[in-house]
Design a protein. Structure first.
Length: 250
């Protein structure tokens, strides 16, 4: 399959890395010249083209631009009615994409994160996309979402990634200060949470079950959780998500 990427930022690069070696012809936008050149140097199946050539040659086109830039450039590109378009942009509604990418009509929205390079990531999608399944269905989990509002709620939930990783980084930094070994500290903290995620995927546990297992009164976990709750951090997290909800018009 000829797979094009309009926009070559972190997420586009991660998807290119994930797809490389699977037999596709990967056409990368020259918009971010340094990233595009790096991808072409590292992967034999990557070619760097300008945006019109990416769109004219690709069977599937991933849109990886900022929404304001997309509104300026997409309408001038040579879209075809026989190609699929998959947007990873949070702030550009499907109705606008349909107008900008006409006559292409097989258009979907999804939310890849940089972890897609390792496989076994989760890709919410609206509407369901055969093209996305063909490219990532064997390596990752596709979650069809019935409405665009529901997909946008997944965009908001995906924003939990940075706050949670930052807390893990803070905790690992504290541990490294005690042990003098930053690599081992990060490996330990990551391993603790990887274990919980395996418990969810293998045993079907949910967050409530995991928290119950850590809720021993007076225990270390319960004590730290209570102290964090007293700072108002959980409420601040919810408030931040509500703010993103308003931004996406949910």
């Amino acid at each position: 399959m000829r797979v094009g990427f309009v926009g070559t930022g972190v997420i586009a690069a991660a998807m290119v890395e994930a797809l490389s070696g699977r037999g596709h012809d990967l056409l990368v936008s020259s918009r971010n010249a340094a990233t595009a050149a790096d991808l072409a140097q590292r992967f034999d199946d990557v070619r760097v083209l300008d945006n019109p050539d990416v769109v004219s040659r690709a069977d599937v086109v991933f849109l990886c631009l900022m929404a304001d830039v997309a509104r300026d450039v997409l309408a001038a590109l040579p879209w075809r009615g026989d190609q699929s378009v998959i947007s990873v942009m949070a702030d550009l509604p499907l109705v606008q994409l349909t107008a900008l990418c006409a006559p292409a009509s097989d258009i979907a929205l999804t939310i890849p994160l940089s972890s897609i390079t390792a496989g076994r990531s989760v890709l919410p999608c609206h509407p369901d996309s055969d093209a996305l399944r063909a490219l990532f269905g064997e390596s990752d989990t596709i979650i069809p979402v019935a409405t665009e509002a529901g997909l946008n709620a997944h965009f908001v939930a995906s924003a939990l990634s940075a706050p949670i990783l930052a807390m893990m980084q803070t905790g690992a930094g504290w541990l490294a200060d005690q042990t003098g070994d930053s690599k081992a500290a990060e490996a330990y903290v990551a391993g603790v949470f990887a274990g919980f995620m395996r418990q969810m995927s293998v045993q079907g546990a949910d967050f409530e079950t995991l928290l119950e297992g850590l809720a021993t009164e007076g225990g270390l976990n319960a004590t730290l959780l209570a102290q964090i709750a007293e700072t108002g951090a959980p409420d601040a997290l919810v408030q931040g998500m509500v703010g993103l909800q308003a931004r996406l018009g949910i």
